[in-house]
Design a protein around this ligand. Structure first.
Ligand code: SF4
Length: 312
């Protein structure tokens, strides 16, 4: 493994908890989002030969239980108990990895670990937009089957303020490209990103853009202010007014009420949220809105996830 490349910590979508975590990069190529722990991170990539060496080590370990001294113990810690079905490519936007090399890695992975059913990755809208339809098609054929795309907000004002680097039209276009290529699309939105003043517009415009994308999955997170990020500093200086836990439920309810999907699994199960609701939309809309309405009407904070149990 190259000396300069430090294996990133595992930051993953909740649904990838059973996956093998294979690093291609560390950091994020779009490191300008003012709320994100990757803000200012430096993008590093690992060489194809090193990735192949890790794949070989995992294949050997699964076949015979042999651990090679030259391979990082982390590889075996991750491989231990892995069911062999899913692989998640690290890190913040592994889809930025050059297309030809990504194809080579996926080819190799399919050859050495043929039982893998699906490979997933975080993908920025920019990463998707840079790929041609043929390239996306090729990646899907190589089992790259799901993109986790951070949309965060459908409100251009919010997107611009937080340095997302794309507008709502580009987000819709990126989502459409992934879906046209037959790649499952999971979109993340962040409750509270517009602060108190922008709350209603953020929720309504997020619902509009989600409807336009019509993704397979939506995951709602709630903003957590991370020390060291510009948004945290803005809050400290009184320039950002965060929403309350109950206001986050209000935003979530507005988003669910105002979206119109053909068939989408919508969830707020992420540990950052104050209340977990989930269901298939449109089928479960009434039930989910009802659950949120019930807790909101109670005004009872004991029904919410306590602050100390919230996670990133
Ligand atoms: S939100 Fe996504 S695109 Fe923005 S810095 Fe974080 S990982 Fe990168």
């Amino acid at each position: 493994m190259s000396v300069q490349f430090n294996r990133p910590d595992i930051i993953r979508p909740p649904s990838e908890w059973k996956s093998y975590f294979l690093p291609l990069t560390s950091g994020c190529s779009n490191n300008t989002c003012t709320f994100c722990g990757y803000y200012g991170s430096k993008l590093n990539t690992i060489g194809v030969d090193d990735i192949k060496r890790e794949i070989d080590a995992v294949a050997l370990y699964r076949q015979s239980g042999i651990c090679l001294a030259a391979i990082s113990p982390v590889v075996y810690a991750v491989a231990h108990g892995w069911d062999g079905k899913r692989v998640f490519l690290q890190d913040g936007d592994a889809l930025v990895y050059p297309f030809a090399k990504l194809g080579e890695v996926l080819h190799y992975l399919n050859e050495k670990l043929p039982y893998v059913e699906r490979v997933g990755t975080y993908a920025t809208p920019q990463d998707i937009l840079r790929k041609s339809p043929n390239e996306l098609d090729e990646l899907r054929r190589l089992k790259l089957g799901i993109f986790y795309m951070g949309m965060e907000s459908g409100d251009d004002e919010v997107l611009q303020k937080v340095g997302k680097g794309v507008n709502r039209y580009q987000i819709v276009e990126a989502g459409g490209k992934a879906r046209e290529a037959g790649i499952t699309l999971s979109v993340t939105v962040i409750l509270g990103l517009g602060g108190v003043d922008g709350s209603e517009k953020h929720a309504l415009e997020t619902a509009t853009v989600l409807t336009a994308i019509d993704p397979d999955y939506v995951g709602a997170l709630t903003l957590t202010l991370i020390p060291g990020t510009p948004l945290y500093e803005q809050w400290k200086q009184g320039n950002f007014n965060p929403i309350s836990p109950f206001q986050s439920l209000e935003e979530l309810k507005k988003i669910i009420e105002n979206t119109s999907f053909s068939d989408c699994f919508f969830s707020s199960m992420h540990a950052s949220n104050y209340l977990s609701v989930r269901g298939k939309l449109p089928r479960d809309k009434e039930k989910m809105v009802g659950e949120l309405g019930h807790v909101m009407a109670s005004g009872d904070p004991s029904l919410l996830r306590p602050e100390f149990l919230r996670g990133l």
